[in-house]
Design a binder for this molecule. Structure first.
Ligand SMILES: O=C(O)CCC(=O)C(=O)O
Length: 311
């Protein structure tokens, strides 16, 4: 390497002493090749530096914002970063959609044709007709459910837990809060949380409290993984878009919740925002991967919902 360097310097010296201009030198194939290689090295070094910088930045955000969800991954990206990379949405899903219809007694074919197949949000007011959940779901119901189906630690793997504005770190923290707070007694801290159930035994029991929504097309598969959201009045989920596989239904078992829907940003000028309040016993159906959504729990009873994706 040293010898090569010396010989190169000697050649360089000779060139300097000759009358060949730098411009002419740059036109030589061998010089072009050399410059190209050095640019290539510089570029890859720059790329590596960027990647290291992004990595350090992401880790700092993740670490300082306390967004570490579980210990399965060394580095988990904050939930909302995935939205930056979502594909553009065809605005046909929202053009001319100005309200969320409330319908009942709808056939699976009509539901499919007028809503599911075109991604139009809708509320089915008789959606939970005949469901035991309406009479049984409560804070204590879920506490007993998870106590009877194993320990709370099971709830962690593969499950997602959304603490929203609370300090809770897990569903187990929630279900062990003091009873006064669970009942929203005056002076206690408000709470609203959500989770996906990934305890198979609990899932089997849950399915005895609700049916596959009657309006889903026969060809639709109702995904077994349940999402449950529970809590008292105040803000629910912040405005966001999901990154799940399919559209979802969500049954409002107890309480009342307002959904604020916004079209995808690329459709902002062609489509409009909408708002709908879902009453107890109603089911909202929405493609949460396309419609941005935010929720607010209205004063009154605890809000409890159960839902799932369907294809
Ligand atoms: O039900 C809620 O309050 C939030 C639901 C939600 O954000 C979702 O399903 O993505």
């Amino acid at each position: 390497m040293e010898r090569a360097e010396k010989r190169f310097l000697a050649i360089f010296e000779k060139i300097n002493q000759s009358n060949v201009s730098k411009e002419k030198l740059k036109k030589l194939d061998v010089v072009k090749k050399l410059i190209g290689t050095s640019n290539l090295i510089e570029n890859s070094e720059r790329k590596i530096s960027y990647m290291v910088f992004i990595g350090i930045f992401a880790y700092m955000v993740y670490f300082f914002m306390g967004l570490r969800g579980d210990d399965e991954c060394f580095l988990e990206f904050p939930f909302d970063t995935t939205k930056v990379f979502r594909g553009p949405v065809n605005c046909d899903i929202c053009i001319n959609v100005t309200t969320v219809d409330k319908i009942n007694n709808v056939s699976p074919d009509d539901f499919d044709k007028n809503y599911a197949s075109i991604g139009k949000p809708v509320v089915i007011t008789d959606g939970t007709k005949g469901w035991k959940a309406v009479d049984y779901f409560s804070f204590d119901f879920f506490k007993d459910l998870y106590q009877s189906t194993g320990n709370f630690a099971d709830i962690k793997l593969e499950c997602q837990f959304f603490p929203y504005k609370t300090e809770f770190k897990s569903l187990s923290d929630v279900l062990n809060m003091n009873p006064e707070r669970a009942r929203f007694e005056p002076g206690s801290k408000p709470w609203y949380i959500g989770w996906s159930n990934c305890n198979d035994d609990a899932g089997k029991i849950l399915r005895t409290y609700y049916h596959r929504p009657y309006f889903l097309p026969i060809t639709s598969e109702n995904i077994a993984l349940n999402w449950i959201f529970m809590g008292g009045k105040g803000s629910g989920a912040h405005m966001h878009v999901d990154d799940v596989t399919y559209p979802s239904w969500q049954a409002q078992i107890k309480g009342r919740k307002t959904w604020k829907l916004a079209p995808p940003p690329e459709c902002m000028h062609k489509c409009q925002r909408m708002e709908i309040t879902v009453e107890p016993g109603e089911i909202i159906v929405i493609d949460t991967n396309k419609w941005y959504h935010q929720t607010e729990i209205l004063p009154g009873s605890i809000s409890i919902t159960i839902g799932a994706e369907f294809d």
